[in-house]
Ligand binder design. Structure first.
Ligand code: ADP
Ligand code: MN
Ligand code: MN
Ligand code: MN
Length: 364
């Protein structure tokens, strides 16, 4: 029999022990930053707005309601009927904000179908596809790369890639890069690394994800954190693939490393060659979603293949697709690196296209 003295202390003396059952004391107001991609072309922009909601603990994806926005202000709807729907697809803690939450969303139309701008909805769903993206970018201030003098150029490329010291990286860039890394790690984003790049003011970070949409989601959220972080430093992130034009300064890419379960576990030379033949056949369709102005970057110089040619090569950084040494050694198994996507490319559109082409190749 349950007597009152067999109850735990806090239930027998709730007031004295400060354990009164008030649901309000455990609820907290969370700042939910709903993020989505707008309808601008050729480069979509991140958009975000905040709603405050109470939850007992950090909200799970299933607990987050759909929301809406005015699509006529984002090139996603005509003025007359402008409501678009935001459907949460991934959720991340935002350590820079008290009770901060970033909610990545897909855009839907009022009739429930995916909006034309919603490239994420076109990615084949496959938990066993892995993507790794290497995002290169410039930090820009006053219309030039951070660390460039007002007139002319700094010392030529050479010491900047993975460089250290004030004359190579300046005084503020590393602080931004490190802060960004910590914000991303706090958010649970699977950063794999960072490095200073070949041009002065140019940096890279890498994100890897298992599941066909994971790395792309995290890349967009990492871009959001970087853009927002740079606000307080009065500078911008320049994602253009060749911001310094036809000079001896490197452009920026976003190499796409990819593997399916079949590529990792079965592979084989015949399948690999069939895969490459299909990539060659679809060359134009790939370039179409690999970021604008790519002809300025894919020139055949600076570790690139020309935009209108397709090639693959083992450990070849001048090829369209680089085949890691380990791939051939392991019996043509593992991952491949498509070096053509540029820094302004949309990882949703890129992942979608890569998986479409892979899907067209029959497995022997
Ligand atoms: P590099 O600059 O030499 O091209 P990085 O280390 O910058 O090399 O990038 C390599 C990328 O390949 C990383 O993002 C990593 O996550 C990714 N990667 C490694 N293994 C796989 C795999 N099996 N499938 C997909 N991507 C992979
Ligand atoms: Mn890299
Ligand atoms: Mn790089
Ligand atoms: Mn690479």
């Amino acid at each position: 029999m349950l007597t009152s003295s067999s109850l735990p202390l806090e239930e027998r003396f709730p007031k004295a022990l400060g354990k009164t059952q008030s649901t309000h004391s455990t609820m907290a107001k969370y700042k939910l930053e709903y993020l989505w991609l707008d309808g601008y072309q050729p480069v979509r922009n991140l958009r975000g707005k905040t709603q405050i909601k109470e939850f007992a603990s950090f909200p799970k994806l299933e607990e987050l309601p759909d929301w809406g926005f005015d699509g006529s202000s984002t090139r996603q709807a005509p003025g007359g009927s402008s409501d678009c729907v935001l459907k949460p697809v991934a959720v991340y803690p935002d350590s820079t904000r008290k009770n901060g939450v970033v909610v990545m969303c897909e855009v839907y139309k009022a009739d429930g179908t995916a909006h034309e701008s919603n490239d994420r909805a076109t990615i084949l769903d496959d938990p066993d596809t892995w993507f790794g993206y290497e995002q290169e970018y410039f930090l820009y201030q006053d219309g030039r790369p951070l660390g460039f003098p007002e007139n002319g150029f700094p010392a030529p490329q050479g010491p900047y890639y993975t460089g250290v010291g004030y004359k190579n990286v300046g005084d503020i860039a590393r602080q931004i890069v490190e802060e960004h890394l910590d914000i991303c790690l706090d958010a649970g984003i699977n950063h794999e690394g960072i490095n200073a790049e070949v041009a002065k003011g140019q940096w890279e970070f890498q994100i890897f994800g298992k599941g066909s949409k994971k790395a792309a989601d995290e890349m967009w959220v990492a871009r959001y954190f970087l853009n927002r972080l740079c606000e307080k430093y009065c500078l911008d992130v320049e994602y253009h693939c060749k911001p310094l034009g036809d000079t001896d300064w490197n452009g920026s890419g976003m190499h796409c490393n990819f593997s399916t379960k079949y590529m990792r576990e079965t592979g084989g030379e015949a399948y690999f060659l069939a895969l490459m033949a299909q990539f060659e056949k679809n060359c134009a369709e790939h370039i179409a979603v690999y970021g604008p102005d790519n002809h300025l970057r894919l020139t055949g110089l600076h570790e690139t293949q020309s935009i209108d040619q397709f090639s693959w090569g083992i450990a070849d950084r001048g090829a369209s697709i680089r085949v890691p040494h380990s791939f051939k050694k392991n019996g043509w198994k593992g991952y491949l690196e498509d070096r053509r996507p540029n820094s302004q490319g949309d990882p949703y559109a890129i992942s979608s296209r890569v998986l479409k082409t892979i899907g067209e190749v029959p497995k022997p």
